[in-house]
Ligand binder design. Structure first.
Ligand SMILES: [Zn+2]
Length: 262
């Protein structure tokens, strides 16, 4: 009788320990098969732990928005020259996809790649139904003290045979952007090289003094024109997830090279 009581005691003690150390939610998921349906909460947390978060902030600006705003704003601080606040962008000749949709699609891919490498990322927009002018986008990055701004766009021309990516940077000889020229240029060159290494056609790095989003920027900035929406083939390529990933990875690799050498 005494041995029987001790045995019961041991069983209760073991049960308390087992229940106490188990995760009821996880057991429920296991029992109901929810884990195989994608609810892998615990695994996700473990993945995140492996990423060493860097003290580097990248601001991604997915160009344009669903509805343009033709009201004007100064192209530079204190300038009398004005331009439309923001437009809705071009449209793919083959896909009929508006540029603002493609830009956000690609920007989200870039955001994921950068975050997986430990960079902090902010976005000027994460939906289409917004009204944020080009100067406001630049000011957003300034206020957040971004270490680099990447503006994602796609080109369009009347000439349907023109193809290739282009990288735009603020002009050296512009009084508004002298201070950010050098860093922007170095980063653009790294991105250009990584694109070429990945087999992406690149037209080069071009200085622009007429872009509101550059002139208002106090932090280094590059604008990547991913390719031409006006070219039937390239338009389709830019919407291909594999090509999109290759493009965004080369941008991320360029940024990584820039920050490593800084
Ligand atoms: Zn654009």
């Amino acid at each position: 009788m005494k041995n029987y009581r001790i045995l019961i005691g041991i069983i209760i003690a073991i049960a308390v320990v087992v229940i106490g150390t188990s995760d009821p939610a996880k057991n429920l998921y296991k029992a109901t098969n929810l884990i195989s349906n994608g609810i892998k909460v615990d695994e996700k947390k473990e993945d995140d732990k492996d990423i060493e978060v860097k003290d580097i902030l990248v601001c991604i600006d997915p160009g344009h928005q669903e509805k343009g705003d033709s009201n004007s704003e100064p192209v530079a601080p204190g300038s009398y020259v004005k331009k439309a606040r923001v437009s809705s962008g071009a449209t793919g000749v083959a896909t009929k996809k508006p540029e603002y949709i493609l830009n956000l699609e690609a920007s989200k891919v870039l955001k994921n790649i950068l975050e997986s490498k430990g960079y902090k990322v902010i976005m000027t927009r994460e939906s289409h139904d917004v009204n944020i002018s080009n100067s406001e986008r630049a000011i957003f990055a300034n206020n957040n003290k971004a270490d680099m701004v990447v503006r994602i766009h796609a080109d369009s021309l009347n000439n349907p045979s023109k193809t290739g990516a282009s990288i735009l940077i603020p002009a050296k000889e512009s009084k508004y952007t002298t201070d950010i020229y050098e860093d922007s240029k170095v980063c653009a060159n790294f991105i250009e090289n990584k694109m070429k290494e990945a087999g992406i056609e690149v037209n080069g790095v071009f200085e622009r003094n007429d872009l509101t989003g550059f002139n208002w920027s106090q932090v280094p900035v590059v604008l990547v024109e991913m390719g031409f929406l006006s070219n039937y083939n390239e338009d389709q390529m830019m919407s291909n997830p594999e090509y999109q990933n290759k493009l965004m990875k080369s941008i991320s690799d360029g940024l990584e090279e820039y920050f490593t050498n800084k």
